[in-house]
Design a protein around this ligand. Structure first.
Ligand code: CA
Length: 303
């Protein structure tokens, strides 16, 4: 695994994230704030589970999914929609009961679902990656409210963070090995993307871009796998701010809390030896900071 040094570039304001929940997940990912319940949902991909964390009490409930799960999102009708190895499932938020909505690459043992998010029109997007991350084996899918599945982008390698601009006209997307965030024109009426352009390039020493969220000002917060942190970028690609995390593998981030002013950060201990690394005992845990900017409430899947 990457053991890069974590020095903030000169002149970039830097904050420290603090431990919120000592969960030590194998591959924590996909945080999403549930304002109605006052909880944070997130997943452990390799732990095949969904976590429901109450940041006030520190109570953490774990739902076993029984297969690798890349992402979870809220449903407008209640409960969650999950992107798992076999496709899209619905999960009851009280019982954890699962129901298949749409199979995706179900008979393909090479791939699994990875990161996902709901767009401003209520469609759920999630992409696949080969489990061994072989190049070009992934696809970004769109799950419509009628449970129809459409491939939106093919030949990606590690389909990862995505989010939409404040005006809803742009989708930002990360295929990790490109070391970029790309922007696509997003057509809300049809749910289609077009005209990809580079938006942010991640410098070599900063780790690999993984999960992502946009704040209320339209700036991008990008979790840096192997980069010991999360960085905020302006839409023009300029590095604006950095959050240090005491774990190398920062995997994703999302705003939440009653005022949407907390940034939650998931991390991973994937590829660690069983005893862990002494310099990052809390790898895989949940971290948080208050970066002085508010986020936006997540959209809910309309199906
Ligand atoms: Ca990810």
């Amino acid at each position: 695994m990457s053991r890069l040094l974590h020095e903030s570039p000169a002149g970039v304001p830097t904050l420290q994230a603090e431990l919120l929940l000592d969960a030590r997940a194998r591959l924590g990912e996909g945080p999403v704030w549930d304002a109605a319940e006052g909880c944070l949902w997130w997943v452990d991909i390799l732990g095949e589970s969904v976590h429901r964390t109450d940041p006030g009490s520190g109570r953490d409930r774990v739902f076993t999914v029984g297969q690798m799960i890349g992402a979870a999102a809220l449903r407008a009708s209640g409960g969650l929609v999950l992107a798992v190895q076999e496709g899209f499932l619905a999960m009851d938020a009280s019982t954890g009961d699962l129901e298949m909505l749409a199979p995706v690459e179900k008979d393909n043992p090479v791939t699994r679902m990875n990161d996902g998010k709901v767009d401003p029109t209520g469609r759920f997007w999630a992409g696949t990656t080969a489990i061994d991350h072989r190049p070009g084996a992934g696809t970004l899918y769109r799950l419509d409210p009628d449970h129809g599945v459409t491939p939106a982008l093919t030949q990606v390698t590690i389909s990862n963070g995505l989010d939409w601009s404040v005006d809803g006209r742009t989708m930002y997307y990360i295929d990790t090995p490109t070391r970029r965030v790309d922007r696509f024109r997003f057509e809300a009426s049809t749910g289609t993307i077009s005209d990809p352009q580079p938006a942010v390039s991640i410098r070599a020493e900063a780790g690999d871009p993984d999960g992502m969220t946009l704040d209320a000002e339209g700036f991008l917060w990008v979790a840096l796998w192997g980069g010991w942190g999360v960085e905020r970028y302006a839409p023009d690609g300029r590095l604006d701010r950095r959050v240090e995390v005491p774990v190398a593998q920062a995997s994703s981030c999302a705003f939440g809390g009653p005022d949407l002013d907390l940034l939650f950060i998931t991390t991973a201990r994937k590829d660690f030896p069983p005893e862990g690394f002494p310099d990052q005992p809390n790898a895989g845990s949940l971290f948080a900071c208050r970066p002085g900017v508010r986020g936006r409430a997540p959209f809910r899947y309309a199906g």
